[in-house]
Design a protein around this ligand. Sequence first.
Ligand SMILES: Cc1cc2nc3c(=O)[nH]c(=O)nc-3n(C[C@H](O)[C@H](O)[C@H](O)COP(=O)(O)O)c2cc1C
Length: 365
Amino acid sequence: MKPDISVTFTGLRFTNPFLLSSAPPTESDSNIMRAFEAGWGGVVTKTIGLHPVTNVAGPKTKFLRSTLDGQLSMQKRPETALHSSWNWELISDKALDWWIPKIEGIKKAFPDRMLIASIMAGSGSDKELAHWQDLAKACQDAGADAFELNLSCPHMDRKDMGSNIGKDQQQVSIVTEVVKEVAKVPVWAKLTPSTTEIVEEARAAFNGGADAIVSSNTFPSLPLIDPETLDFEMNVDGLVSSGGLGGPAILPQSLAKMSQMTTALPDRSFSGIGGISTFAHALNYFLLGCGTVQVCTAAMLDRAIGPNVIKALVDGMEQFMEKRGYASLEDFRGMRRGNVVVHSRIRRPEGKDYHGGFDAEGYAR
Ligand SMILES: Cc1cc2nc3c(=O)[nH]c(=O)nc-3n(C[C@H](O)[C@H](O)[C@H](O)COP(=O)(O)O)c2cc1C
């Protein structure tokens, strides 16, 4: 008999703890249905807003790849490995009215799969805050099982939206509270990694009533400059603006943010994102205390919704649990959380073994 890899997260039952994150793989009902057919335990919709959205001219996402000798470029070359994704895509360019019947249709076709609606509005006035409630009410009436508040989109000029409010503890609390006032389903807050003390924003979201924290969104970054043309590898009319880095490059950074939060708030629920394409990657987040994980870049590169990725994640988890005799994720969730400590707690070598920071030979050894 196969091990039971289902999980209960914020009161919702997932057939497995692997979700597609809010991004191009979840931008349409046809993609989302294909994702459920492929076996994803849950899906977070591409972020839905009320403001009209027009994306930049030209590509919205590209992939940075490395050769064996470390040359990094977005240009296609033989014998490369994926380093990261870079995007400056805005939230869904489809209106709420487009999404509502789609959410209804998806839930009708897959009633027992978890569909989380990612939503985003401004927060600069009561009218803007009411938009959060309008979005929430419409999505839950259509059948959404939970909300993910996008407090983390890295490319917003507006000061009262996306990662700009995700850095502001007061705004994080206010927005969460406003949505909780109308929500009949769990509310997750997706925070930005672009902050020095993410634990404070997590605390603020929980104080506002959040049921879980989701992290990370993409990290602020620029595409590289081509040494031949001296142009950014991604640009429009030579111009670029800060975009978001995802994929393998952000796995260790995202883990660091996650570990700060799960250590400070061990009894709370967390969904981990960043750089996951295999079960070994996902396991890091589970061992640090996450109850679910989410995937974007790896799925984009695997037939748009990741049929092979989800198969490998499920097989990997089943094999891991079988080999170690675990009955559920709870048997190993958080097992390495306590191993992340302050630097001064790390053991130093004993007296005679220590060659000192100024001992050149010590360095050379
Ligand atoms: C092209 C693209 C569009 C994205 N759009 C959204 C979005 O609308 N809302 C959101 O919360 N996150 C968005 N994200 C962030 C992803 O959901 C995810 O947090 C991030 O890519 C890190 O995961 P990964 O390393 O698996 O790619 C987007 C990412 C990419 C690459």
